[in-house]
Design a protein. Structure first.
Length: 220
């Protein structure tokens, strides 16, 4: 009885994990990036284990590359993620599978989007923007050259009793703006949006053509 029970539990666990590949599943990792990427149902890109849903992004190509960089920077101290990064840069599928096997990383449904480490049952979900390029980037202007100037920017948030104004430079990076807001709001996390687009930490205000008087939406 105990053996049958254990097998049943193992099968149920695998089925639960497998469901994470469903793009409508709330646990699918791509929902974390829904403000910046839109998955296209029943349309696919890539080959072999790198097949994913097609997707669009409201980012420029430079912002998309920054999003990729930020993802890998957040996992730079994890050896398993670094192995996944290594195999994603490889086009030889047999070599990829060999490397993953040596690392005890098992593909779910033969997809690099979802892996489990055999000895710990740790799950690794890989977002589509890490595997394949979008079918289109945003046509919105992303300024590379802009004048350095001081700006007064208004910050709006439902968690703040009122809007407040901060004075910054057009060269100020988004993460620097977040630090100012977090200190004022006594919060731990912050996401910033302008004209419906999420602002990327390593970019500068000037990249988004933000000028004095601009209202930035903060989600705390």
């Amino acid at each position: 009885m105990g053996v049958c029970s254990n097998k049943s539990e193992a099968l149920n666990h695998v089925e639960e994990i497998t469901q994470l590949l469903d793009i409508d599943n709330p646990g699918n990792v791509n929902h974390k990036y829904a403000n910046n990427i839109t998955l296209i149902p029943n349309q696919y890109i890539g080959t072999g284990i790198k097949i994913t849903n097609q997707y669009q992004t409201n980012f420029s190509k430079m912002e998309w590359e920054e999003m990729q960089k930020a993802f890998w920077d957040s996992h730079k101290d994890n050896s398993q993620w670094q192995i996944i990064r290594k195999v994603l840069s490889c086009n030889d599928e047999s070599k990829i599978l060999k490397i993953l096997k040596q690392a005890n990383l098992k593909l779910i449904r033969n997809s690099i989007q979802l892996l489990v480490q055999d000895n710990s049952k740790q799950i690794f979900q890989v977002p589509v923007f890490i595997i394949n390029e979008p079918i289109s980037w945003s046509n919105q202007n992303f300024e590379l050259k802009f004048e350095t100037s001081m700006l007064k920017v208004r910050v709006k948030s439902s968690k703040l009793p009122q809007d407040f104004e901060i004075q910054v430079s057009s060269t100020s990076k988004i993460y620097e703006i977040k630090l100012i807001i977090l200190e004022a709001a006594k919060e731990k996390t912050c996401r910033l949006f302008f004209n419906g687009k999420e602002l990327v930490d390593q970019n500068q205000l000037g990249n988004y053509s933000i000028s004095s008087g601009t209202v930035i939406q903060a989600f705390l």
